[in-house]
Every structure is written in C-alpha cells, then in structure tokens.
Design a protein around this ligand. Sequence first.
Ligand SMILES: Nc1ncnc2c1ncn2[C@@H]1O[C@H](COP(=O)(O)OP(=O)(O)OP(=O)(O)O)[C@@H](O)[C@H]1O
Ligand SMILES: [Mg+2]
Length: 342
Amino acid sequence: MFGKLLGLFSNDLAIDLGTANTLVFVKDRGVVCNEPSVVVLRKDNKKPVAVGAEAKRMLGKTPADIIAIRPMKDGVIADFDATGEMLKYFIAKVHNRRSFLSPRVIIGVPSTITQVEQRAVKDAAAASGAREVYLISEPMAAAIGVGLPIGEPYGSMIVDIGGGTTDIAVISLDGIVYSKAAKVGGDKMDETIMAYIKRRYNLLIGERTAENIKIEIGSACAIEGEEPKTMGIKGRDLISGIPKTIQINEEEIREAISEPINVIIDTMRAALENTPPELAADIVDRGIVLAGGGSLLRGLDTLIAKTTGLTVMVAEDPLTAVVRGVGQMLDDIHLLKRVAIN
Ligand SMILES: Nc1ncnc2c1ncn2[C@@H]1O[C@H](COP(=O)(O)OP(=O)(O)OP(=O)(O)O)[C@@H](O)[C@H]1O
Ligand SMILES: [Mg+2]
C-alpha cells in the first residue's frame, strides 16, 4: 500500500512559486525548471507570448500591444490569470507526458499566507492541470532543504530572504514555533537603488539594471580586505532626456539599500525576542541559517552576525533550498502529512 502511494507520487511535482523565481522539482530528476516568474502577454487576448527567462529579457522593453507581468508580488499571487498561465507553462514543460495521470503538486507558500491566498494558489495550480495540491510553508521547506534537524526537540532558525518577502521561522518537533515575515527582499533593494540613482543623478534606470547593480557591486557592509567596487551604469537623463553612462560605487549602493536591509535585521531581532527561551538557547548554540537569493548579497551574513551576536551561515545553493525541501516531501508522504498546511 505504502509502495503504491510512493509510486503514484513519482510523476508528481514540487514547486517553489516565488516572487522572483519559480522552480520545479521532479522526483529522481531534481530541479528541472528554474526560471524567473515573469509572463509576457498580448494585451488584446491575454495569451502568453513568452514565459520565464525569455519573458524576463523582455521586461521594460515591450511594445504597446504586449505587456510583461510579474504575477507574484510580496510572495503571493497578484495576478491570478497570469500566475495560472505561468504554472501551466512550467508544468507542461516538465511533466512526463507518458503518464496519463495529471500530477499531484506540492507548493511552497509564505508562512503568513491568508486563507484567501491559499485558495488562490490551490485554484491556480488546479487550473493548470494539477490533480491534488498540497501547500507547505516556505521556511519549513527551506529548513528541510538545507538539512536542519526539524523533527528534533531542538530550536532551528531559518531566514528565507526572497525577492518579495523575508520569511523567518523557528522550528522544533516538525512544527513552526514562531514565524514572522516582512514584505521586503531583493525587489525592495532594486527599487531603492532605482530611487537613489534618480534622486542623486537624475538618471532613470530600469528594474533589470537595478538588479544587476545589486548583484555586481551591492553589499550590506564593507568586506574586509576587498577594494570597494565601482560600475558604469546606463540610463536616461531626466533633464536632457538623453541616454548616458555614469560611474557609481559600492558605498553609494550600500547606502541606497540600507533601508530594506534594516527592515530585515529589525524583523529578525523581533523574531529572536519572541522565541521561547529554551529554543533561543539552541539558536545561540547552532546559529541562524540564511536561504533565498537575498542571502547572496555580499556581507549580509556578516552584518547579521555583527548585529545579533549570533553565528550566521548561508545555505549551500540558497536559491534552490525551498524547492529541494518541498521535493523531499515527494519521497516522504509521512513528512508531508506532518508539515503540510492543514
Ligand atoms: N548574488 C546575489 N546578490 C544579491 N541578490 C541576489 C543575488 N542573486 C539573486 N539575488 C536576488 O534574490 C532574489 C530572488 O531570490 P529567490 O529566488 O529566493 O526569491 P523568490 O523565492 O522568488 O521570492 P519570494 O520567496 O519572496 O517569493 C532576487 O531579488 C534577486 O535579485
Ligand atoms: Mg522564495
């Protein structure tokens, strides 16, 4: 009976439906799809022109009759139809067509998701061909993905810094003892970089350029033994209206993104203050694990360690931690039952 159940699960998919990136994991195959959560649609009939990486290349560059949409915002569905189209595309892309059964799907969702938002995710997955849909909290998935001992009577703290949200959880005995989330992440950093360059240099840049700047020269604190980086950036001058190039440096970008960084740190502080003392003691012993693409920002781990006084580790391959954790549930129906959201 159990073997049969496992067999059924083998066509099935684990999905991290993120604000910035959507990843799909298939049992025995691992991560088979890892693409930006972007859809380009025709304005008249709302049919997709491009999805994923191809669509992201078109962001900010589309003519009047087509629009590029990021259907997820702040970790949840902002545009239901576009999310459905995107999921349909990714599921069709990876699904084993020899199987006549439509897949069961397990999806990671933010820990603070509302009932209405849960319904929306389930409906979007069902509309894109899923047979049954299970939801699991993203920080729980990330903790499983990075191999934290979630089943033990031992407090583990995981911080998932994504594109739209920072999701913090303290986990013990397969449950989330405390969680806190803030609607800040990599996207806010990009926005503050755009605003800074506009204010300081009267230069308009797009969100893709802002993201590149963050990844190339962004940092949360000065990195010991490293020369501050500089970079030439192109945009449109607000006064003359003409495209131009300027030079910016790492310190300027650090100042630009300081506000969202501070929100992340304040949220972590609040989470630590609300952690029951026995579990807090465990976190002192074992430290905090960071996951999500935002944890790749240079110096962020160092800054968090400095301000909290705790040991901070960045997960190996932090961008895939959630989907790898969700993927483990495909193999382990007992684990899924223990940690799935009702
Ligand atoms: N090297 C890097 N340095 C800084 N930021 C990075 C780096 N690589 C990726 N990012 C940022 O990580 C974010 C994406 O992370 P991730 O894929 O974990 O988010 P998500 O899961 O889609 O979002 P959410 O969990 O909020 O729904 C983007 O904002 C991206 O710019
Ligand atoms: Mg995420």
